[in-house]
Design a protein around this ligand. Structure first.
Ligand code: SF4
Ligand code: MG
Length: 324
């Protein structure tokens, strides 16, 4: 059984579907990349899994299972036990996630206390161990510093220490490097992947940067306007994208853009609350859209080899649409 099983999850704010019937699984110890431009519903779908959507947001799902438990039917109390312990999340901006009024040590120890007990001394030792684990030198002294005394990269390491404090089975990292310098970004991704391997923890890496997940991810989920448009292995997605949106994302990567004309392969922006098109949501921006795309929503097609594509005309091996 998959560690996380999501079936037809939707998140709605009034009439607006921020997440629109998405389905995917995460296996134990797997690295999954969720990619898409901003506004594609990547973060909102993860917050829904964590139970962090506030009213008036409405969450619906056919199934939402984690580690054999049905997140839809368990009590709020049980859910709180799971969230933060078995499933943990880190966010884009570590500076806003840490409380500026408390020392690093205090915040790590508080996180430990919520889910596991122990003497003061044991908690402190565990906090030092965690800081060592995320590559923070001079850990014992660092316990006494305040967040503003740390660089962005160091703050994100502290957030990761807090996230892994209870040995989660799943860590969701939402744009974990977007707020950081380019040189630090690689180090943070490497740290996350090392922890994932050491602890055999599943890692969901949410990013707008397809290049970031190209080497790391076992599976890639491409989202557009609240929907999952393609799922496949990194190999499948990078060699032969089947969805026009995935193809356009790939073409916008530096190594694919020797052909400058192709930088414009995806004009426009993700539709918002008031401009959701009829038919396929990509049709106003899609190079290959025809009349059917403008009137009928494409169904998800499964090739039986782990690849799913939500398009009327999935691309062939030459990268051209297969019109009927
Ligand atoms: Fe493009 Fe049509 Fe496929 Fe949508 S269904 S991605 S508009 S070809
Ligand atoms: Mg986001």
């Amino acid at each position: 059984m998959a560690l996380l099983e999501i079936n037809e999850l939707s998140v709605q704010f009034g009439e607006f579907k921020a997440v629109d019937r998405i389905s995917y699984q995460v296996e134990q110890g797997q690295v999954v990349g969720i990619v898409g431009e901003s506004g594609s519903g990547k973060s909102v779908s993860s917050l829904a899994i964590m139970g962090l959507i506030d009213l008036p947001g409405k969450v619906n799902a056919h199934a939402l299972h984690f580690d054999g438990r049905n997140l839809k039917t368990i009590s709020a109390k049980e859910r709180r036990k799971i969230v933060g312990a078995d499933v943990a999340m880190i966010f884009q901006d570590p500076m806003t996630s840490l409380n500026p009024c408390f020392t690093v040590g205090y915040q790590i120890i508080e996180a430990l206390k919520i889910h596991q007990g122990g003497s003061k001394k044991a908690l402190k030792l565990r906090a030092i161990e965690l800081l060592n684990c995320v590559g923070i030198p001079d850990a014992e002294n660092r316990l006494n510093v305040y967040p503003h005394q740390l660089s962005g990269g160091m703050s994100q390491r502290v957030m990761i220490a807090i996230a892994i404090a209870c040995n989660p089975k799943l860590l969701i990292a939402d744009e974990p490097t977007t707020a950081l310098d380019v040189t630090i970004q690689g180090q943070i991704i490497e740290l996350l992947l090392n922890l994932q391997r050491e602890k055999n923890m599943a890692l969901v890496l949410i990013t707008h940067d397809l290049a970031l997940v190209s080497e790391a991810a076992d599976k890639i989920i491409v989202m557009y306007a609240g929907q999952v448009v393609e799922v496949g292995s990194a190999d499948q997605i990078f060699k032969l994208p089947r969805h026009p949106y995935t193809q356009a994302l790939l073409r916008s990567l530096p190594e694919f853009t020797q052909d400058k004309a192709r930088l414009d392969s995806l004009p426009g922006v993700v539709p918002g609350k008031y401009d959701r098109p009829v038919g396929c949501l990509l049709n106003p921006r899609c190079l290959y859209a025809n009349d059917k795309c403008k009137t009928q929503e494409p169904m998800r097609q499964d090739d039986g080899q782990g690849r799913q594509v939500k398009c009327h005309y999935p691309l062939n091996d030459e990268g051209k649409p297969r019109y009927e």
